[in-house]
Design a binder for this molecule. Structure first.
Ligand code: SF4
Length: 54
């Protein structure tokens, strides 16, 4: 996977994680909130996350 150095990410459980480097491999991600309105960063998430196939 090619690391997109514009999107840092340490979620190595995600199938789009770049592997050895802490970056995302996608060209674009969607960030979402799961509490409306979000009041802290813990209330936001990467909406593009997909679990890695094991
Ligand atoms: S899709 Fe989201 S969670 Fe997955 S590697 Fe990219 S930024 Fe990280």
């Amino acid at each position: 996977m090619n690391a997109n150095k514009n999107i840092g990410c340490n979620v190595s459980e995600c199938k789009y994680h770049a592997g050895n480097e802490n970056y995302c491999s996608l060209q674009h991600i969607n960030i979402v909130h799961h509490n409306h309105p979000a009041k802290c960063k813990e209330e936001t998430d990467c909406g593009s996350f997909e679990p890695r196939n094991r």
